[in-house]
Design a protein around this ligand. Structure first.
Ligand code: SF4
Ligand code: SF4
Length: 190
């Protein structure tokens, strides 16, 4: 991890959303090829995607899609504001790319988060702040049983997300050592 601390961690967890998306795309090109060589990563991603889907289905069943659409269209808008996009990070974006999510960032979106599409957040795997966020509209309006299922599903996603992130980070030193990834290459795209 010392090697990663020195050379890479700043690039993975800071910078603008556009820079993070660019670096994640370059890492994706390497990780996609290396996927079969990284033990259990594919199965971890499949399980994580399944848990994220369960969470999404439950959120829809609670009517959060309509609630958030109404809220976002109202005065002051919803919680997915432009500055919230900074909560993304390279590894979280990479997880989505590895799940075939078409990640785009709308740089013209100065009010809403640039990752917010017409059907809501485009990520299957959201930034952890977003995953854990439940506003007062949700907390006051939802049945306690629905909320406890929501927390349980979100915790399951969080746990799987943390595991998958750790796998990707622990694979990086070998990829760096083997010359497949360099910091200059990540930043310049060469
Ligand atoms: S989570 Fe809450 S604040 Fe955010 S858009 Fe939905 S209802 Fe609005
Ligand atoms: S949930 Fe998605 S769209 Fe909303 S702020 Fe987070 S990343 Fe942006």
């Amino acid at each position: 991890m010392t090697f990663l601390n020195t050379f890479f961690l700043t690039d993975l967890y800071s910078g603008s959303p556009v820079e993070k998306v660019d670096i994640a795309r370059r890492l994706y090109a390497v990780f996609f090829d290396q996927l079969p060589q990284i033990p259990q990563l594919s199965s971890t991603l499949i399980t994580l995607q399944h848990h994220a889907m369960n969470l999404n289905v439950h959120m829809q069943s609670m009517g959060l899609g309509q609630l958030c659409s109404r809220c976002a269209a109202g005065p002051g808008g919803g919680c997915c504001s432009a500055y919230m996009a900074d909560n993304c990070d390279v590894i979280q974006i990479l997880l989505n790319l590895l799940m075939d999510v078409r990640v785009t960032f709308d740089t013209k979106s100065t009010v809403s988060c640039g990752f917010l599409g017409p059907s809501g957040c485009l990520f299957h795997i959201k930034p952890i702040f977003c995953l854990n966020y439940n506003c007062t509209h949700i907390l006051r309006g939802a049945a306690s049983q629905d909320l406890s299922v929501l927390y349980r599903f979100a915790n399951t996603v969080l746990s799987g997300q943390t595991d998958a992130e750790a796998m990707l980070l622990s694979a990086l030193p070998d990829l760096i050592k083997n010359g497949l990834i360099s910091e200059d290459g990540l930043k310049s795209g060469t």
